[in-house]
Design a protein around this ligand. Structure first.
Ligand SMILES: Cc1cc2nc3c(=O)[nH]c(=O)nc-3n(C[C@H](O)[C@H](O)[C@H](O)COP(=O)(O)OP(=O)(O)OC[C@H]3O[C@@H](n4cnc5c(N)ncnc54)[C@H](O)[C@@H]3O)c2cc1C
Length: 434
């Protein structure tokens, strides 16, 4: 028997339903709650748990030349001129800055502070021993930016139990330009469970157990020599990384910083945890983990979203919807034999005419692959367009990587584009409500 709570008539009612719990969905929920909208956020975990924790705004344009920018705002101006359908081109730089500042303020208040270098990108080392540009840097990584810039004597420490992070590889690749860089690998036996391999998330929680930071400091101290700063994989705590860095720094008498790791990424998990916990406290109604499987239009124009199947179906009734369901990996887009489809509303997807135009012949082609710019075409209110080029629905919006005409990985604009398009969508909903 269908219980009342699971019937359409007893649907959870809200102003705005956001579908997708990646960075764009989470940011949209934050903005919606701040505006006082009753908000539902429905989805399963997004790409954030694999993300580095860096908040890129804009790094590379045009991608075919690989031109890197120190000033991301000048890069956005150039991009908006060259690609007028890029999501950034629908926003002013002031709006993008405002969106980023709101998210960074929220994260800072909840124990994840970010640092930037004026209005410019900063250069940060990667776990491959290369460098990349990003805008907002987790404060736990900031001493690494300074050490790299000033080439200060530095010891990179890896753990035998964390196999995807090699301190030796980092130093080998950077040592030519940074003579004071050394590496060390230590075993964490006694700090973490006696197992040959440990994942970053387990290590991060172990680092919060009493006495473990002191043990770690004892293992590193004999190898410090002239090091003024010590870099470690980004596993120095899940809930209190900043306090941990400070404590370890005190123990060692040097600056300490984290280096982004491979997925599963602890800085990404930290972001995910802070958003999920604090959004719930701000009154966002979380349907998690839930996949929205179908939708209907009610007579009054509201959206009825269905999660689950059969008698277990849960319903949400929303005046407006933001679709933040990501790309192929997240199943927001699906590549069929002949065309790329949007999976929930069957919205038209901007894409190359024919399948054999999806990819360049060379996998590493600097221009990127046209399939990576496929996605939803939108109007200036972030509303996906129907086949006639009109908004598909008055109050259906889209945000994040599902949007067309952007290749966030190559352009290095992932977080900035996700956050600011979410802001654009929430503001548009607010305006259309009057
Ligand atoms: C490996 C990796 C590294 C990264 N590194 C960086 C970096 O260095 N700098 C940076 O700025 N950003 C980085 N990012 C983050 C990136 O910016 C964002 O993940 C990206 O912008 C996309 O976010 P999104 O919310 O649009 O999509 P996603 O993160 O893909 O989230 C989409 C969500 O929608 C859900 N969904 C799909 N369909 C449904 C449905 N029907 N019902 C409910 N839910 C649904 C999916 O399950 C998923 O949870 C990285 C991401 C990854 C994966």
């Amino acid at each position: 028997m269908v219980t009342a709570a699971m019937s359409k008539d007893a649907a959870t009612t809200c102003d705005l339903a956001i579908i997708g719990c990646g960075l764009s969905g989470l940011a949209a929920a934050l903005f919606a709650a701040e505006k006082g909208f009753s908000t539902v956020l429905a989805g399963v975990s997004g790409g954030l748990m694999f993300a580095t924790g860096l908040l890129d705004v804009m790094g590379t344009h045009p991608i075919e030349t690989g031109h890197g920018w120190t000033d991301p705002w000048a890069a956005i101006d150039a991009l908006s001129n060259d690609i007028p359908d890029h999501p950034y081109a629908r926003l002013t730089t002031d709006t993008i800055k405002e969106a980023m500042e709101k998210v960074v303020l929220f994260l800072g208040k909840n124990g994840l502070s970010y640092v930037k270098s004026g209005e410019n990108n900063s250069e940060i080392m990667t776990l491959l021993g290369t460098t990349k540009r990003s805008y907002y840097i987790p404060s736990t990584m900031w001493e690494g930016v300074r050490a790299l810039r000033e080439k200060r004597p530095c010891l990179i420490v890896g753990f035998d139990e964390l196999q995807d992070f090699s301190a030796a590889q980092i130093t080998q690749n950077l040592t030519g330009e940074w003579p004071g860089l050394r590496s060390l690998s230590i075993s964490l036996n006694g700090i973490t469970a006696a197992s040959p391999l440990v994942s970053g998330d387990i290590l991060a929680r172990d680092m919060e157990m009493r006495g473990n930071l002191e043990k770690l400091a004892r293992l590193i101290r004999p190898h410090l020599e002239d090091a003024e700063t010590v870099g470690l994989p980004a596993v120095l705590g899940m809930k209190r990384p900043e306090e941990n860095i400070e404590a370890l720094s005190r123990e060692l008498g040097t600056a300490v910083f984290e280096i982004p790791t491979t997925p599963l990424s602890v800085p990404g998990l930290r972001l995910n945890e802070v958003f999920m916990e604090r959004l719930a406290e701000r009154g966002v109604n979380l349907f998690f983990p839930e996949r929205v499987l179908s939708w209907e239009k009610a007579e009054d124009g509201a959206f009825l979203l269905a999660m689950g199947q059969g008698p277990q179906k849960k319903w949400v009734r929303a005046e407006g919807v933001i679709l933040a369901t990501g790309r192929f990996w997240a199943h927001g887009l699906r590549a069929d034999r002949d065309r790329i489809r949007e999976t929930l509303f069957d919205l038209p997807v901007h894409q190359p005419e024919k399948r054999d135009e999806w990819h360049q012949e060379d996998f590493l082609d600097l221009r990127g692959h046209p399939a990576n710019c496929a996605g939803l075409a939108i109007d200036n209110q972030f509303r996906p367009l129907n086949r006639a080029g009109e908004p598909a629905f008055e109050k259906l919006f889209a945000a994040g990587s599902i949007l067309a005409n952007q290749d966030w990985i190559r352009m290095k604009c992932g977080s900035g584009m996700s956050i600011s398009s979410a802001y654009g969508a929430v503001n548009a909903f607010s305006r259309l409500r009057g």
